[in-house]
Design a protein around this ligand. Structure first.
Ligand code: 5GP
Length: 301
């Protein structure tokens, strides 16, 4: 006999809420695994509100979702921190919170923005996060910022203009640009085409006192950091891993195999985000673009 003391509608609503919460927890776990969010920020949310999605996550699930932590390691960590495996993040005591935070900071050090930034800005981030859209928005609303035009060996897409979106060049011309030292950085992206940043227009814009923005991939960002250590590196993050997958599927420009490949690259790129000076979550294009511009103003000297 079913229990009739709770009306069916309430029971159904409660069951729906439970399913939604489980789904939200699963999504948060993916964000941790893919490093879309830092473990410290999840712990902070859980400590601030035990009823939040983060707060309701089991400590065992939280630790397992962290990069490179398996069951054996998880259990050793729990012992070391003197935390019972049945605990939820929001239910940790004061001492446990402190020891967990300390452990997280040691294991996943947060990047501190370095002093001495220059007006050379690099915008990177995983596939489909919206780098191109944010850069296009800045181009439209802030003509005073010099947006670098890259050279590429890939074919122009419909609507793309040579010299505006890219300089479309063949392999021989790209080789020449490299040989003559005309590129500040270059890389093969998505195992497909070559892309590179022409050096001369950037030097000229910087000499004129302008802010310069490069929208390039992780390999290129690393090269810029190596050759111009004072460059400001900005990493654009999706609001969540699920959102990133939705955006990639939603734009419908890649087939399933290509999407899988880009998601693998995205995972690698997200794992490198600590190499960057600043992180901006691309929830809304205009807001993200504004944050980039504000950073450029803050760093301009
Ligand atoms: P798309 O082919 O979709 O325009 O660009 C593909 C990827 O190439 C994007 O992730 C973009 O950031 C990257 N990219 C564009 N220009 C450059 C460049 O000059 N250098 C490097 N390293 N990557 C670039």
């Amino acid at each position: 006999m079913p229990d009739r003391s709770v009306p069916d509608v309430d029971r159904a609503a409660a069951a729906r809420r439970a399913v939604e919460r489980r789904r939200a927890r699963a999504s948060l776990k993916r964000d941790l695994t893919m490093r879309v969010v830092s473990p410290q920020s999840v712990a902070e949310k859980a400590f601030a509100d035990a009823d939040s999605v983060a707060g309701s996550m089991r400590i065992t699930d939280f630790l397992l979702a962290l990069p490179a932590i398996g069951i054996g390691k998880r259990d050793r960590i729990l012992q070391e921190l003197d935390i019972s495996p049945v605990k939820r993040l929001g239910g940790l005591g004061v001492r446990q919170r402190a020891s967990l935070s300390q452990w997280l900071d040691a294991r996943f050090p947060l990047n501190e923005a370095r002093a001495g930034r220059s007006r050379l800005l690099v915008l990177a981030g995983p596939t489909a996060v919206g780098k191109g859209t944010v850069a296009a928005h800045i181009r439209a609303t802030h003509p005073e910022i010099h947006l670098s035009v890259s050279a590429t060996t890939r074919a122009a897409r419909p609507g793309e203009i040579d010299g505006v979106h890219y300089y479309f060049v063949d392999d021989a011309e790209f080789d020449r640009l490299i040989a003559d030292g005309e590129l500040l950085e270059y890389a093969v992206v998505h195992n497909r085409a070559r892309y590179g940043t022409p050096r001369a227009p950037i030097d000229a814009a910087l000499a004129e006192g302008k802010t310069v923005l490069l929208e390039i991939d992780l390999q290129g960002s690393r090269q810029v950091r190596a050759s111009e250590p004072s460059a400001t590196l900005i990493f654009l993050l999706p609001p969540s891993w699920d959102e990133l997958v939705d955006r990639l599927v939603g734009r419908g420009t890649e087939d399933a195999e290509e999407r899988a490949r880009r998601l693998r690259t995205a995972k690698v790129e997200l794992a490198a985000q600590n190499e960057f000076d600043f992180h901006i979550v691309n929830e809304d294009v205009a807001a993200a673009a504004r944050e980039v511009v504000e950073l450029s103003e803050a760093t301009a000297r």
